[in-house]
Design a protein around this ligand. Sequence first.
Ligand SMILES: *[C@@H]1O[C@H](CO)[C@@H](O)[C@H](O)[C@H]1NC(C)=O
Ligand SMILES: *[C@@H]1O[C@H](CO)[C@@H](O)[C@H](O)[C@H]1NC(C)=O
Ligand SMILES: *[C@@H]1O[C@H](CO)[C@@H](O)[C@H](O)[C@H]1NC(C)=O
Ligand SMILES: *[C@@H]1O[C@H](CO)[C@@H](O)[C@H](O)[C@H]1NC(C)=O
Ligand SMILES: *[C@@H]1O[C@H](CO)[C@@H](O)[C@H](O)[C@H]1NC(C)=O
Ligand SMILES: *[C@@H]1O[C@H](CO)[C@@H](O)[C@H](O)[C@H]1NC(C)=O
Length: 453
Amino acid sequence: MKKEMLLILPLYVLQFVDMVTGDCDTAPAVREAFHNGSITGPYSEGVVLRYMCKQAYDLIPGGSIYYKCSNGIWTGGNISCSLGRCTDIESPQNSYIVGQAGYYVGETTTFSCLEGYEMNGNGLIMCMSDRTWSPEPPTCVKVRCPEFSTPDAQIFQEFTGVQNEFGSKNKITCESGTFLQGPQYITCLANKTWSGSPSCTIPNCGNPPASYEPCTDVFYTDGHTNFGSQVEVICHENATSIGTSQFLICSVTGTWSNEYHCLCSCIGDCGGSVYTGPRNVKHDTQIDCPCPDGSHFKRKCSNGSLTNVSSCPVTYSTTTLQVQSPTTTLHVTHPKTTLHVTHPKTTLLVPHPTTLLVTHPTTTLLVTHPKTTLLVIHPTMPPAYPHYVLIAVVVSCVVVFTIIALFFFYFRSCKNRRAQLRIRCKVCCQDKISNTSITPEKKETTLISLDYQ
Ligand SMILES: *[C@@H]1O[C@H](CO)[C@@H](O)[C@H](O)[C@H]1NC(C)=O
Ligand SMILES: *[C@@H]1O[C@H](CO)[C@@H](O)[C@H](O)[C@H]1NC(C)=O
Ligand SMILES: *[C@@H]1O[C@H](CO)[C@@H](O)[C@H](O)[C@H]1NC(C)=O
Ligand SMILES: *[C@@H]1O[C@H](CO)[C@@H](O)[C@H](O)[C@H]1NC(C)=O
Ligand SMILES: *[C@@H]1O[C@H](CO)[C@@H](O)[C@H](O)[C@H]1NC(C)=O
Ligand SMILES: *[C@@H]1O[C@H](CO)[C@@H](O)[C@H](O)[C@H]1NC(C)=O
């Protein structure tokens, strides 16, 4: 506590000294103002300071500008300064203020001209520190359109309002023999253009559309296609005309008075099959053409080309398929196929017509749609020979083998008994050999060999 007291003490001492001596240490600080004394103190007793606002600021009236140092404090003065303001401003004629106007020193105000007026001067003005606006506010003047003119000279103009000024109107009149194309009145617009571009011309209809079509002739009666000209449209022989009058007149608007066209005839033709009718076929007429089955289909002539209006009847071919395997699978690829299954014992396991499992071996399928493709898959082929053939072969082999074996054993027993039963055996053996249908020569050979042993 005592240390703090020691720190603050000099201040109290200074103030006490001031009060005794009457000097002021610093001048009062006033915002945006300055005084005529020295910038830093101390200021001695009795000194008077005169305060003034800085350049862009104004003294708020009612305060005193003099501050006097008296017994160490300033007395008498009371001033405050506020930012300077320029005079109120009216927007110039035919203009308006854009956004917020700024009236204080350093602020700006922006003007814009009304539609149809253009600005002379600067649209942006500023309140200067001398409380005046700079630059001068602008002025807005009506725009002017350029003189209206057309390439052709036969145009007359009457003006309403100030000639060529924004909003003024021109009435256009054409010299006799020429005709106005476009609006009769034009107005000068804000963007310095005229509202239209009328002209005075001699109307020309150009060639009528029929002149570009086949089997048509166009005659230009007076050689040109200007307003009032006449042309005649003539259809070729056998062509059909459409339209009310073949005479066309060019109207003031530059268009032909009516339309007239020719629809061409056709050369009779059946497009492949033989045609025997008249050579020339008029528009919208039908001809008969032969079909392979003796009937006819029709063709029609339409503006020069023949087209089918009916066709020959479709003929369906019939395919008969004999199914032999009991597990044949039929894949029928056309959805409109009709299957006629003729065997009563057939069972169709798959009801959908595209895949059929036919279980009876002798089923006959009659497929009536021409686009059908039949893919027949035989999953297992039956054996090449019936079972009884195999059995017969095996049985006959066994029989042959048995006969050979019996013969061999009999021959061995003959050999064992050859001493005592030579003659008998010879006879006996001779009998057996003849049974196996061996030729006499062979029989002898066999016997010789037996004797030797
Ligand atoms: C400031 O101006 C006032 C009046 O004009 C004058 O009385 C005063 O002595 C001046 N003070 C100084 C420090 O010059
Ligand atoms: C200082 O002047 C203002 C007006 O500018 C006034 O309202 C205020 O009371 C004055 N103060 C003193 C202390 O005179
Ligand atoms: C002038 O103004 C009119 C109407 O506002 C407009 O149709 C026309 O295109 C403008 N012309 C030009 C050159 O900007
Ligand atoms: C007739 O056909 C021709 C082309 O061959 C075409 O220029 C013309 O406009 C057609 N006529 C009609 C009335 O359709
Ligand atoms: C017009 O049709 C008739 C009868 O079919 C025919 O004799 C004649 O040659 C056709 N004319 C032309 C120009 O085709
Ligand atoms: C017209 O129909 C016939 C018979 O049906 C046929 O042969 C011929 O291809 C078809 N021609 C055309 C262009 O369709």
